[in-house]
Ligand binder design. Structure first.
Ligand code: HEM
Length: 408
C-alpha cells in the first residue's frame, strides 16, 4: 500500500457516492487530503465525513448521537427483509433496545469465553497450514483467510461448520447494500438473501425451542431461545436479526483483516521476519495490524443536538460518517502513521469503535490474528505475491477479493 498519487487531490470535490477506482487500491491519499484541508467534509446528500481522530472519537463517544437509520434506509432499501434487518439488529438500535439485546450475547464474548476457543483456533489454523503447504500457489482469501473466522462463529452459534459457506454467501449480500453507492440489483439481492438467512436461522431457533432449556446456554441461539422461554422482552425477528448481525460481524471483517495484514507483511519483509520471530510481542503486533488495515472503514451516527468537535461544529440532526481508516492514520495522533510497525506503542486505534456499540467480537478478532499470523509467518516466511491483489469495491468493508500468492 503506497501513498503515492499522480494528480493532486481536491478534497472538496471528493464524492463518497462516486468513489474513484484508485481509492479502493489505497484510500490513504484521499484521507490525508481530507484530514488536512476539509476535516468536516460535506457529502452530496448533506451528511458529513469526518477523517480526524479527535473529531471521530468525540462524536462516537457522544451518547446523544443515535444509530437508528429508519428514515434513510427506508429511502435507500424500500420495504422488505433488508430494511427490517438494518433497523432491527442492535447495531442500528438505540438504548434501551440496544442494551436489552446486547446483554444476551455479551457473555459469549467475554475474555474467558473467547479463551475457550483458543485450542479450536489453533487446530483450525494448523489444519489449514497442512492443506495449503501441499500447494505452491494459493488464493490466500479462498484457501486461508476466509476459512478461519466462519468456522469459529459457527461454533459460537452451535451450527455445523460445513454450513459456513452458506453463511458467508448470504452475509455478503446482506452487508453489501450498506456501501454508500449501490445498484437496485444489489438491494434486491440483499432483500432475498436476508429472507433466506432468516429462514435458515429459524430452523435452528425452532430446534432449540423444542429442546429442554440448558442451565448455561452452550451457544447464542440456545441463549436467545432461553430468554424467550423465560418470557423476556425479545421477538422472533429480533432473535433472527441479532444472529445475522453477529454472524456477519464475525466473519467478514476478520477475513478482511487477516488478508490485509498478510499483504502488509508481504510488503514489509522486515515486519514479516519479526512476525516469525520468537521476540515478537504478539498483542502489540496484533493491534498494529488492526490499526494499519482498519477493515471496517465507515461507520456513522446521527446527531440529536449541536456537537462541538476540535475541527468545528456539527449541527443537530446531521448524519455523520466516520472514516475509521483515516482516523487511524492521523499524524496528529500517530507518529509516522503510514509506517507498519509491529512494535508500535501506544496504539489507541479506532478500529473497533467506541461508546456503547464498541465491537462485541473484538476479543475473538484479536485471538484469531494472534494465532494465525505468527503461525503463517513462521511456516512461510518467504511468501510473495504472484500478481497484484484484487480489492473489493466496497468503501465500508475494506478487503481483498482475490490474492494469489506463492508460498515458497
Ligand atoms: C477485525 C475485525 C473487526 C472489526 C474491525 C470490527 C469493527 C467493529 C466496529 C467499528 C463496530 C462499532 C460500530 C458502531 O459503533 O457503529 C463493531 C460493532 C460490532 N461488531 Fe465488530 N469488528 C470486528 C470483528 C467482529 C467479530 C469477530 C464479531 C463477532 C463475532 C463482531 C461483532 C460485532 C457486533 C455484533 C457489533 C455491534 C455491537 C453493538 O451494536 O453493540 N465484530 N465492530
Amino acid at each position: 500500500m503506497t501513498s503515492a498519487q499522480a494528480t493532486p487531490i481536491d478534497p472538496k470535490a471528493f464524492n463518497l457516492f462516486n468513489i474513484p477506482d484508485d481509492y479502493y487500491l489505497d484510500p490513504q491519499p484521499y484521507f490525508k487530503a481530507l484530514r488536512d484541508e476539509d476535516p468536516i467534509h460535506r457529502n452530496a446528500d448533506g451528511s458529513v465525513l469526518l477523517t480526524r481522530y479527535e473529531d471521530i472519537i468525540t462524536v462516537w463517544r457522544d451518547l446523544s448521537g443515535v444509530v437508528n437509520r429508519e428514515q434513510a434506509y427506508t429511502k435507500k432499501f424500500g420495504p422488505g427483509p433488508l430494511l427490517e434487518h438494518h433497523t432491527t439488529s442492535m447495531l442500528f438500535r438505540d438504548p434501551p433496545d440496544h442494551d436489552r439485546l446486547r446483554t444476551i450475547v455479551n457473555p459469549f464474548f467475554s475474555q474467558k469465553s473467547i479463551e475457550r476457543l483458543r485450542q479450536a483456533t489453533v487446530d483450525i489454523v494448523a489444519k489449514l497450514l497442512v492443506d495449503i503447504e501441499k500447494k505452491r500457489d494459493i488464493d490466500f482469501i479462498l484457501d486461508f483467510s476466509s476459512k478461519i473466522p466462519v468456522q469459529l462463529v459457527c461454533d459460537i452459534f452451535g451450527v455445523p461448520r460445513e454450513e459456513g459457506p452458506i453463511i458467508r454467501d448470504l452475509g455478503a449480500q446482506v452487508l453489501l447494500p450498506l456501501n454508500p453507492t449501490v445498484t437496485q440489483e444489489i438491494i434486491d439481492a440483499g432483500h432475498v438473501a436476508t429472507q433466506k438467512f432468516k429462514d435458515y436461522l429459524l430452523q435452528y431457533i425452532n430446534l432449540w425451542r423444542k429442546r429442554p432449556m440448558e442451565e448455561t446456554p452452550s451457544n447464542i441461539i440456545s441463549a436467545l431461545v432461553a430468554a424467550e422461554k423465560r418470557g423476556e422482552d425479545i421477538s422472533e425477528n429480533e432473535m433472527a436479526h441479532l444472529c445475522i448481525l453477529v454472524l456477519n460481524g464475525g466473519h467478514e471483517t476478520t477475513t478482511n483483516l487477516i488478508g490485509l495484514s498478510t499483504l502488509a507483511l508481504i510488503n514489509h519483509p522486515d515486519q514479516m521476519a519479526l512476525m516469525a520471530s520468537e521476540e515478537l510481542n504478539v498483542p502489540v503486533a496484533v493491534e498494529e495490524c488492526i490499526r494499519f488495515c482498519s477493515p471496517l472503514q465507515l461507520q456513522g451516527r446521527r446527531t440529536t443536538r449541536e456537537v462541538v468537535i476540535a475541527s468545528g461544529l456539527i449541527p443537530a440532526h446531521t448524519e455523520v460518517i466516520f472514516s475509521v481508516g483515516a482516523g487511524n492514520r492521523d499524524e496528529r495522533v500517530f507518529d509516522h502513521p503510514n509506517a507498519f510497525d509491529l512494535n508500535r506503542k501506544p496504539n489507541l486505534h479506532l478500529a473497533f469503535g467506541s461508546g456503547i456499540h464498541v465491537c462485541l467480537g473484538r476479543p475473538l478478532a484479536r485471538l484469531e490474528l494472534a494465532i494465525a499470523l505468527p503461525a503463517l509467518a513462521k511456516r512461510f516466511p518467504k511468501m510473495s505475491l504472484i500478481e497484484p491483489p484484487v480489492f473489493n469495491k466496497n468503501a465500508r468493508f475494506r478487503g481483498i477479493q482475490k490474492m494469489k500468492i506463492n508460498l515458497y
